[in-house]
Design a protein around this ligand. Structure first.
Ligand code: NAD
Length: 282
């Protein structure tokens, strides 16, 4: 199915970014959240995202206006009609996501696909909230969505080949490159990235080097754009800890145990860049 109208639920950091790249691909978007304030915030993020592109000379003003003309907002999913596809990007709670999926099942056109941007909840479980688990798929965008090239597509146990093909085509239309992952904890990126960041925390805890030396070593020694401790600060140490816990619990292997120093830093409220302090001060 060619997606002409997309419903994006959750107008936060990720939802607004997803809406922006869909609009830029010529897809009409309805952006939904719980309140008028939340959708207004989402709209403002999108407007500022397009404004930055205009400033950089990557977008002309006529196009900016035409993209924004494709955006509508909603505070009640039940009142949205005619969506060919939906992408859910609400807060990371299984109970909440299942509630949203019951509503999406009722409003997305028959034959349409319903995707979730979850970072850690099994797609297979979210799909059980609908009458069409074959149409449910994981679409894991990276943050910030307009900048990051990758989307991981995650097939749940029941996801059909047709849903996978339609989602891949939709992601490519949105300018993204896809990889496909099985529905296991962390999918591909976080399964590999988070243990590396966690190991950097162990290295710091054991005094293997200072934070600066650990980061400089990994930056210059392995050609990464930023060191693992700084990256953890940027992602949010609470987010890193919660993904580490998902890997540890879901894979049942102690090699994924979160580093005690990571846990203590989170306990102190030093969550990284967003709170002004993590492994570094900002
Ligand atoms: N932030 C990241 O780096 C990142 C990366 C990949 C995936 N994700 C995933 O994306 C999802 C959203 O994350 P985020 O960072 O955008 O969070 P966020 O807190 O910025 O946004 C979540 C939004 O969901 C809305 N919401 C809550 N309950 C709702 C409801 N009942 N109906 C409609 N909207 C509701 C909130 O009002 C909020 O605007 C999560 O599942 C997260 O795991 C996040």
């Amino acid at each position: 199915m060619n997606v002409e109208h997309m419903l994006v639920v959750g107008a936060g950091q990720m939802g607004a970014g997803i809406a922006q790249v869909a609009l830029a691909a010529g897809i009409k978007v309805t952006l939904a959240d719980i309140s008028a304030e939340a959708v207004a915030k989402g709209r403002a993020r999108i407007e500022s995202g397009f404004a930055k592109l205009v400033e950089k000379g990557k977008l002309d003003d006529a196009k900016r206006q035409s993209f924004l003309g494709g955006l509508t907002t909603a505070t009640e999913i039940g009142k949205v009609s005619g969506a060919d596809a939906a992408i859910e990007a609400v807060s990371e709670s299984e109970e909440l996501k299942k509630k949203i999926f019951v509503q999406l099942d009722a409003v997305v056109k028959p034959g349409g696909l319903i995707a979730t941007n979850t970072s850690s909840i099994p797609i297979t479980r979210i799909a059980t909230a609908t009458q069409r688990p074959e149409a449910v798929i994981g679409m894991h965008f990276m943050n910030p969505v307009p900048v990051m090239q990758l989307v991981e597509l995650i097939r749940g146990a029941a996801t059909s080949d047709a849903t996978y093909a339609a989602t891949k085509a939709m992601a490519e239309k949105m300018g993204k490159t896809t990889v496909v992952s099985k529905d296991y904890p962390g999918f591909i990126v976080n399964r590999i990235l988070i243990p590396m960041l966690n190991e950097a925390c162990f290295a710091l805890m054991e005094g293997l080097g200072t934070a600066q030396d650990i980061d400089t070593a990994m930056k210059l020694g392995t050609n990464q754009p930023m060191g693992p401790l700084q990256l953890a600060d940027f992602i949010g140490l609470d987010t890193c800890l919660s993904i580490a816990e998902v890997l540890h619990k879901g894979l049942g292997d102690d090699k994924y145990r979160p580093c005690p120093l990571l846990r203590q830093t989170v306990d102190a409220g030093w969550l990284g860049k967003k709170t002004g302090r993590g492994f570094y001060k900002y």
